[in-house]
Design a protein around this ligand. Sequence first.
Ligand SMILES: *Cc1c(COP(=O)(O)O)cnc(C)c1O
Length: 496
Amino acid sequence: MKTFYHSTRSADEAVTSKQAILTGIAPDGGLYVSDQLGQEKLALSDVVTSGYHAIARNVLSVLLSDYTADEISSCVAGAYAENFDTPLVTPLSPVGSDWLLELWHGPTCAFKDVALQMLPRLMSTARTGTASQGGVMIVTATSGDTGKAALDGFADVAGTGVTVFYPAGKVSDIQRLQMVTQRGGNVAVAGIRGTFDDAQTQVKRIFADRALAERLAQEGVVLSSANSINVGRLVPQVTYYFDAYAQLVQAGTIACGDAVDFCVPTGNFGDVLAGYFAKQLGLPVGQLIVASNTNKVLTDFIQTGTYDRRREFVKTISPSMDILVSSNLERLLYYLSDGDCERVASWMASLSSEGIYTLPAEMMDRMRETFSCGFATDEETRATIRSTWDEQGVLIDPHTAVGKCVLDRMAFEGRQRVCLSTANPYKFSADVLAALGHDVSGLDGFACMDKLEQVTGVVAPTQLSALRSAAVLHDTVCDQAEMSGFVEDACARVFA
Ligand SMILES: *Cc1c(COP(=O)(O)O)cnc(C)c1O
């Protein structure tokens, strides 16, 4: 059976999962969804005796069934190998009476690796059998983290290339070094004179540039994005919910069939939506707890039924969750409205024109059967980092701390509880060090890393500490007007 996807805003045009992955976003601006979600369940008794690779193959074969078993096997084997620093890929560790699901053992030390090590392979595979010449050039503007995860994922994957723009002087030393030291024959990196928003605006312009698209098409090259709304980023995240469950059963903590709660530090709603997908595929999920920082649009939405982005954007110490429009929520609206594309389209139209929409009460009741919510301020986040270290001896990053703070406040329902840990604390050394009560003024990124090692005895991951001596391979800094030319040059070089 093939899996078919269509837009959340119209069911008129069905595409295969391969096409959905190559296209990214539907032509009408909607997100690709499949009406087959939940029709085929995973056999839980098999899952709980399996390891990560087998579970990933199982999940992918259900959700992306137009890939052959061989294609899926080779994508999984390539995505989760020595590039992760543990064969468990996403190990579970105890924190008090709860669990942390460590999603940061990949090459860039953040959870986006789990999906971005897979997406390029899914894209490359989807292209085989089509044109032999050219390829897909991923173009991304980054405020720091996603760019590196995309670079690392796409580096040297056949038939693909990746170009990343970051705002020069506006990312941390370590973030910059992570990007400018990236190896691979198909990667391009440039700082731009301007802000992240400037970079983002120019990238959108590049995507909308018809003349450029036509010139590239003659060489068989298409531009695409590695945005978290791509089906190929969502699906790989479903795996670790099942794998966490398998780890709990294998450790004798739960019996097969017991329900488990998951608390998810949330920004664009991709990670927590993958938990909902896991539930639809038969995983016994109790509650999915949506944890937000001060940009608590989702907390207010789940409590009131009104999504209102008309508010001040706050910069917090959990920057990957600083989001006012959680794009992937659109997919949940589709499923909760029983696939009512017209209503989804009208809510989204209202969000973009008025900045607000309200869902009917019965839909919110359905949502609350599975989703609970809460938020943590920066002050509460720092207090959680400190208490988790002082009382449990566990060092966590600010995003994970938002999740743990929210989880700690929830009444215990008698189920095992897993908090998703989305970044290694050393990615945010300065904020973590400050949260532990140390003075960080005047310290650069590596000095903070050293001091954090000294005071905690927790070793920094080599992926980050090795940057100190890595060679800088990309020193371009350009004006915004030069970005389009930079992309075209990169395409010519990569797909020559
Ligand atoms: C992207 C990110 C998140 C938010 O995940 P979403 O899928 O956007 O909800 C949380 N923590 C970290 C460290 C991230 O990089």
